[in-house]
Structures are given as C-alpha cells and as structure tokens.
Design a protein around this ligand. Sequence first.
Ligand SMILES: [Zn+2]
Ligand SMILES: [Zn+2]
Length: 329
Amino acid sequence: MRNTPALRLLGVLVGIGLLFVLLLPLAVGRPDPDADAPLPKDVVRKPPEYGKGRAHRAERLSWPLELAKQLARPKAAPRPGEWLFEHPEDGQLVRDLILERPGGGWPRGRVLYLVAIGELSPPQTALVERTAELLTHFFQIRVTVLPPLPSRLVPPERRRDRDFGEQWQTEPILEALPGLRPDDAAGLMAITAVDLYPGPEWNFVFGEARYGERVGVMSLWRNGDLEKEPTLALSRTVATAAHELGHMLGLQHCVAFECVMNGANSQAESDAMPLEPCPACLEKLKVRLGLDPVRRARDVELASRDAGLPTGSFTPLFALWRDAGVAMP
Ligand SMILES: [Zn+2]
Ligand SMILES: [Zn+2]
C-alpha cells in the first residue's frame, strides 16, 4: 500500500527541514573554489546503500538475471520521511518467496483483471486500456479489462465531500471484489476516477489491496492531468498497478535494488522509482509465472517505446546480455 497520512507528511517536512539545516553549513562553509571541479574519471560518487538489502543483493539468481545485477542500482539508504526510514523492512529473498508457497500451491489464476468502478471519461478509459496492454508485457500473462461496475457499490455513507471533490472509502470496494473475481484471476484490480480514503482518520490513499484475496483498488485522481501530462499519468498508473499486482502475486517490498517493488511513502518517492522490477524481483516473477526474462525485456522495451515511456535502461542491459552470448529474441 502506498499512503500518505497527514502525520507522515509532517515527518517528511521535518525531515527536509533537518536535512536542509545539516547541509547548509556545508554549503556556506565550502572554502575551496575548485570544489565543483569534475572528479577524476575513476572516482564515482555512490550513495550509501540500504544495509538490510545486502543479503538480498548477494543472493544468487538464475542466468541471465544474475548477470543483470551488474547494472542494477543498490537500494539507497533511506532519508527521513522515505518509506524504508519509516518502515525499516527486512525484505524478502527469492528463497523466502519459494518457501512461502501456500500448502495447496500458488493460486492457479493465469489472468490479471482490471475493472473500473463508476464512470471513467473516454481518455481515462483509454488510459486503462493502455495500462492493461503494458501490464500484459510486464507480467507476460493475459490482462483483461472487465466491463465497469456501477458506482452504487460505494454506499452514500462511505463517501465524503472534500474541497476538491468527492472521495470514496476503499473498504466497501475491497469487500465486494472477492465475490466478483473471475475463477481464473491471478489478481483483480479495481480502478476509480474518484479519489480514495481508507478510513475517517486518513486524508487519502493512492490505492489499497488485500493480497490474500488477490484484490485491490486504485485511483487515477492523483496520477496527473491526462491532457497536459499523459505520459506521467500513464507511467504512474502502470507503476501503481504493477506494484500492487506484484504484491498479489506474492512479492513483498524490495529492499535489494532500486525497483518498482520498493515501498513509497509519497508521490515524489514513487515518481523517483524505476518502472521496471530489479533482477531479484524478476526472479520472483519467474518463479511465480514462469516468464522468460529476456523475451519479457524485449517485449516491455517495444511496448514502452510505443507508449512513449522511457526505455533507456534496456540498451545497456541488451548490450550486456549480447556480449555474454545470451540469445536475444
Ligand atoms: Zn507496496
Ligand atoms: Zn526488486
């Protein structure tokens, strides 16, 4: 779940204030006019790494994901206000995911479903269709958009008016979804145009999920102006849907590398995350879905380019794999 209650925001602000106070003397006290001179070529400034991610980064992956680790950025040590600062998680090894396999085996579902609740505008409907297409490549399984569900699913006492518009409580949606989930569903994600809140004491929530029941709901409300910034809205929608569906497939937050499965405490932290899973999380998706990481990378690169999303990370990856003799489709 990505959330930002008022207290956390205060935490972020206090954190930024502290950081500013700490950095100010450094900036003011800089004596050397050459301090901005370029560093020698072999000196690379590396941010400190998240210590609890060390064992995760060292875990041996299958070829050629092990190789891809060379290009993955270690998860940076969190700053005040960021997710891992507030929730210092231990993370989940690939081995943990395999051991967590429920007694009856993983749910057999092979299709991910998206469903709108209430009315979406034509551009929002197109956004959901585009998201579904990108998720098909992302997970290498079928993603189907179901006919929209009526907004009466959220009764009047579970709605409230804010100065910017209406908000719906997530609970009645999350209660209704398991009964509406198709038998072959690996996950069902509801999407609303209206802003969401999880309970009376919360300001809002980007989305919420019940992973055991493989259902979730997310809102498009805070994802950006579809006319002015369509690419930002698309990348935010895909990132949230991929992250939440990843949880439904059994992946916990990633602490190993910079990754779409990192926890995020704010929109800014979420926006700074890559759209792609790291090699360790790809290994987990491989365990869960049996996908071929090389074919997947090629598919995602083509689909992302087609959608105007960034593809820069694929070029060095493909070069690395090609140089190592990996057969590229
Ligand atoms: Zn999460
Ligand atoms: Zn990861």
